[in-house]
Design a protein around this ligand. Structure first.
Ligand code: F6P
Length: 506
């Protein structure tokens, strides 16, 4: 693997700092807690517990400039084909802001405006109808974004609709759900950009048969002809486009159930929050750009300090799904090991993203975060003002949030090594003023832009996902053998043995 001079400079800085404790860095630069922090609207972020100093940051910002990050942002917003392997733009920003220049971006915005208006009419129609329950059927980006936003913004729901989600091919879920629903008061939305995703079509088939008529069956898709062939008439289809990646699609009609849950005006506020972060990401220079700071902290931990994983730790149960959402956003976008020209990536790319909400996670995996052999950098996310009146509980939650960041950074000595905390474990602290449609939109957009910056630094395509295709292809070829009661030839000897085992037990 060829390590170019950029990465050598990074390694050089990391070698200088790898044994410097965070506590020492903080003590030798008391202004760091303030200087290494940024605010963008309702989102405050503090990077002072990352294990870089001004000099290392200088190298990192130099890398961002050398890699052309500002121009890369411009290219993405303007609709250049930043998704090279599929020869497409990645114009999720056109779903919420007017910053893209040129014909492609403005044509996309015109389609978005029409789609938003169709989405709003559908919301109004459903509100005026007798529908009480709406089932979102989709998987990956057609599920995680809406599910995260509906849950995170539950305080903004007037309770008009109960929203349900079906994603997996495990039909136990749909079986349970239909037992609880009244088919005459249920609307089903099949969300699939491709309208070819097996899990969604299997659940869709079951629900279509269960609904009995198709009046309350809707679709959101970029493949209208497939949806029509499935049995959803054109007037009940909302559009998607090939220039929006599934994991970047929350802001489109994929967010229909979010708009139903929180109302269309609040959905618009979610878009406005993301648009505010778009403007910041596009217009701020790297040194004052929150998404760039976040991306550089990730690259520093991954490539400088050699840390393999990254924890996401929201201290608000409404954000409990954020780690899963980011697992797709980050790992599907950055789980690549070759560059568009086919050459290997110069350095390690995506870290494993995992996590869970505090304080519950403190009673499960935090032991490993504090005393395990691996250092896991963490993103903490806290919310200053809760949406409930229980001040004492929120005080306790915030104290835990603050305590965990401090304990990971500073550690604690003890005569008994089993009771000592090594500390020096880096983290970034995000504080939202409140969890609102705006702040959620801004936070998610910040992560999207950070992912893009990381992809630019690593020289990989953040917008394709070829790695998920092989398993799907093999599953399709195996299905006849799984479905058949008799033995069919299967090439792989282990799969053949496992199939025989399954067949004997079914
Ligand atoms: O898992 C691959 C993937 O293509 C994701 O990128 C996507 O979000 C998900 O499947 C669902 O795809 P679709 O919206 O086309 O059903």
């Amino acid at each position: 693997m060829q390590i170019d001079s950029t990465w050598q400079a990074l390694s050089h800085e990391a070698a200088r700092l790898i044994h410097v404790p965070l506590q020492q860095m903080l003590a030798s630069d008391p202004k760091r807690a303030t200087d290494f922090s940024l605010r963008v609207g309702p989102v405050y972020a503090n990077f002072s517990r990352q294990r870089f100093d001004d000099k290392a940051l200088g190298v990192l910002f130099g890398m961002a400039r050398d890699a052309g990050v500002p121009a890369a942002f411009r290219a993405m917003f303007d609709g250049e084909h930043v998704n090279g392997s599929e020869d497409r733009p990645a114009l999720h920003t056109a779903l919420r802001s007017a910053l893209g220049e040129g014909k492609t971006a403005s044509a996309a915005r015109a389609e978005v405006a029409a789609a938003l208006s169709a989405m709003q009419s559908l919301c109004d129609r459903l509100r005026a109808s007798g529908v009480t329950d709406v089932v979102n059927v989709g998987i990956g980006g057609s599920d995680l974004g809406p599910r995260l936003a509906v849950e995170a913004l539950r305080d903004f729901s007037d309770g008009r609709f109960r929203i349900h989600f079906l994603n997996n091919a495990d039909a136990g879920n749909v079986h349970q759900l239909v037992g609880k629903l009244d088919r005459k008061r249920t609307a089903v939305v099949l969300v699939s950009k491709s309208f070819g995703t097996q899990e969604t079509l299997l659940n869709g088939d079951i629900l279509k048969a269960w609904l009995g008529d198709d009046e309350r069956l809707f679709a959101v898709t970029a493949n209208v002809s497939r949806a029509a062939a499935f049995g959803v008439p054109a007037e009940r289809i909302l559009p998607m486009w090939d220039w929006v990646g599934g994991r970047y699609s929350l802001w489109s009609a994929v967010g229909l159930v979010v708009a139903l849950s929180i109302g269309f005006e609040n959905f618009q506020r979610l878009l406005n929050g993301a648009a505010m972060m778009d403007e910041h990401a596009l217009q701020q220079p790297p040194e004052s750009n929150l998404a760039v700071w976040h991306a550089l902290a990730t690259v520093w931990n991954r490539n400088g300090l050699g840390l393999d994983t990254q924890a996401v730790l929201p201290y608000d149960d409404r954000l409990a799904l954020l780690p899963s959402y980011l697992q797709q956003l980050v790992m599907e976008s950055l789980g690549k090991s070759v560059r568009p020209d086919g050459s290997p990536a110069a350095v390690a790319t995506v870290p494993v993203i995992w996590g869970g909400p505090g304080t519950s996670s403190q009673h499960s995996f935090f032991q490993a975060l504090h005393q395990g052999t691996d250092t896991v950098p963490a993103d903490f996310i806290g919310v200053a003002r809760p949406a409930h009146p229980y001040r004492a509980s929120h005080d306790a939650l915030l104290s835990h949030l603050l305590a965990q960041g401090e304990a990971m950074a500073n550690g604690a000595a003890d005569a008994d090594p089993q009771k000592a905390y090594p500390g020096n474990r880096p983290s970034t602290m995000f504080l939202l003023d409140e969890l609102t449609p705006q702040s959620l939109g801004a936070l998610i957009a910040m992560y999207e832009h950070s992912v893009y910056v990381q992809s630019v630094l690593w020289g990989i395509n953040a917008f394709d996902q070829w790695g998920v295709e092989l398993g799907k292809k093999i599953a399709t070829s195996l299905l006849p053998a799984v479905a058949s009661g008799v033995e069919l030839p299967v090439a792989d000897p282990v799969t053949a043995r496992l199939l025989a085992e399954l067949r004997s037990r079914r």
